[in-house]
Write a protein that binds this ligand. Sequence first.
Ligand SMILES: Cc1cc2nc3c(=O)[nH]c(=O)nc-3n(C[C@H](O)[C@H](O)[C@H](O)COP(=O)(O)O)c2cc1C
Length: 200
Amino acid sequence: MKTLIIYAHPNTDGHCPRILKEVESVLKERKKDYEILDLYAMNYDAVMHESEHYTSGGREVSQLNKGIQAKISAADRLIFIYPVWWSMMPAVMKGFFDKVFTPGFAFRFRTMPIFSRIFGGYPIKMLKGKKAAVFLTTGTHRLLTMIFLGNRFKSIIKHDILGFFGIKAKVWHIDKATQMNDRQMRKIRKAVKKGIGWLC
Ligand SMILES: Cc1cc2nc3c(=O)[nH]c(=O)nc-3n(C[C@H](O)[C@H](O)[C@H](O)COP(=O)(O)O)c2cc1C
């Protein structure tokens, strides 16, 4: 039962790198087997190419992405770590979702007599049974993100993306991530402990 960590941050220090270190340390402590996909370090190609663009008929899934799909299939638990940039995930993580979670792997559409005539295909979730813990950071205080953004950055990853594939997800939000200090480190430790506790 492997845990796959998908990590997107270009820096070697800061909140996300600390979260990654803390996640690794808790997983080691619990003697859990894990693997890290560090998207920046891999120089992951996040660009959707015409040959891959499945809604217009592209069928190509690169060898790299097929290999990643196999890793996801083999993992019961997924961990995502990234900073919130303009209320979204970094582009490299977005491209990762676009290109790896393809139809036939993460979801498919079933034709249903009346439903399909009105709405189109009915989506079937293909990754049920998997769980994901998402650790994300924002510069803004959590109260302000709630008031001004309605925490969209949390619900999109939880419901619109992972939920669409059938992956049960919970999000841990580290806010005020502007300067690393003891308080921020305590927040990270608490979130990671809770997140891994829920996941494993
Ligand atoms: C391009 C960019 C866009 C950002 N957009 C947001 C944003 O929409 N909301 C927010 O609260 N913080 C935003 N920030 C601040 C980051 O979320 C913050 O620097 C990061 O979470 C801190 O984590 P780190 O130390 O791992 O980089 C942005 C930062 C960058 C570089």
